[in-house]
Design a protein around this ligand. Structure first.
Ligand SMILES: Cc1ncc(COP(=O)(O)O)c(C=O)c1O
Length: 395
């Protein structure tokens, strides 16, 4: 039977990461895979995570199953984090969440719940969006549609075009939004623009499906939760997926939360749990246990928030330095937008030939779309990287 199967091509993002890992050149620069890195290209375990983990393990006396919705301390802490105490209290009967295996798990289960309510539903995604959105949502049965989002020449959100596109989405349409640190562009809406967009969402009775994978990597955690909180206040129904992979550095632990907002949230939650039961049964505990321990402890929470903001500030410094060096070294393209983009990613806006030359001649690895992970730009590699990019652009 298995001999009928063919080897599939590698995942477009993970595949480039694999090529990078196999590269022998010591000068190689890896800008493809989306993980935070230090100056020495290391992705550390956060100190708050280490402490919470050892505290949690020292108290753990059983590995018995957790409740189907997930660890109660995790759900309580995460809901308070994303909605804020007041809004959560005011909407306690309109919000129901489940623990999920990372943002991917949340997107997939969320899509399955949508598909159970509205089989084959259309879902509108930004152009461009994170490549994995398509297989995650499509495999649940949803139908992909797109809305204009990005001005690739200026490296910013084309807000007029976006508003226009939202005006065209049929009433009750579902729109996937990135809460902050848009992947792959790093181009985000301002607070004002979020309010304006929600005016249209409310007017057109649209249903936001918010993907929050980078909370705390753009502004403050509160700032980055703005679209989630506006949704809870202004729309009858919304779905939110929160990943703990990046801001807690829990990538491999597969930790996230899927939240339903609406009068029928508890029914949606039950469908989500049933969809999970049909595949992986229930979420793993370990990462959620760590997050729940951190968020239930004020000292650990403060330490964690400081660590998140440290990562954010470091990426912003790298952005500023990269933009300045690129602008000093060539005049083909103005790279100032890199400094104002936020989060881990930006699209350089260079063509595929340039990307391939960078990889083959200079061992600088990025996605073919020219998306780079800013955190991969260690200071020690900045000069080399900007020199090489300027060189391929000008020769
Ligand atoms: C936009 C976006 N959503 C969701 C995820 C899911 O992350 P994970 O499943 O690792 O939590 C990612 C990860 O790269 C992402 O960039």
């Amino acid at each position: 039977m298995l001999d009928k199967l063919e080897i599939l091509p590698p995942d477009p993002i993970l595949g480039i990461g694999q090529l990078f890992n196999e590269e022998k050149d010591p000068n190689k620069v890896g800008l493809s895979v989306g993980v935070y890195q230090t100056e020495t290209s290391h992705t550390p375990v956060l100190a708050a995570v280490k402490k919470a983990e050892s505290d949690m393990l020292s108290k753990q006396d059983s590995k018995v199953y957790i409740p189907q919705a997930g660890d109660p301390a995790f759900l309580a802490g995460m809901n308070k984090l994303i909605f804020g105490e007041e809004l959560l209290a005011a909407n306690s009967d309109r919000i129901a969440s489940i623990m999920v295996p990372g943002g991917c798990g949340g997107l997939r289960v969320g899509a399955e719940v949508i598909n159970a309510a509205r089989p084959g539903a259309d879902i509108w995604l930004s152009t461009p969006t994170w490549g994995n959105h398509f297989p995650l949502l499509q495999s649940a049965g949803l139908t992909m549609q797109s809305y204009a989002y990005y001005d690739s020449l200026k490296g910013v959100v084309d807000f007029e075009a976006m508003l226009d596109a939202f005006q065209q989405i049929p009433e009750q349409g579902i729109a996937l939004l990135h809460a902050c640190c848009h992947n792959p562009t790093g181009a985000d809406l301002t607070a004002d623009q979020w309010h304006q967009l929600f005016d249209v969402i409310v007017e057109r009775k649209l249903i936001p499906f918010i993907d929050a994978a980078y909370l705390g990597f753009s502004g403050s955690l509160e700032d980055d939760c703005l679209p989630i909180r506006i949704a809870a206040q202004r729309v009858p129904e919304a779905i939110v997926v929160t990943s703990c992979s990046k801001n807690f550095g829990l990538y491999r632990e597969r930790t996230g939360m899927l939240s339903f907002i609406g009068d029928n949230a508890v029914a949606a939650q039950s469908v989500g749990m049933s969809k999970a039961r049909q595949s992986y049964s229930m979420s793993p505990f370990h990462g959620g246990g760590i997050v729940g321990t951190i968020l239930a402890n004020e000292t650990l929470t403060t330490e964690w928030v400081d660590e998140v903001y440290f990562m954010r500030d470091r990426m912003n410094e790298l952005r500023a330095e990269f933009a300045q060096q690129m602008n000093n070294k060539q005049s083909i393209r103005d790279f100032s937008f890199i400094a104002s983009n936020r989060g881990m990613f930006s699209n350089l806006g260079i063509n595929k030939e340039h990307v391939i030359r960078l990889r083959e001649e200079f061992k600088i690895y990025m996605l073919e779309s020219s998306r780079i992970n800013i955190a991969g730009l260690a200071r020690s590699k900045m000069d080399y990287t900007t020199d090489c990019i300027a060189r391929v652009l000008t020769t």
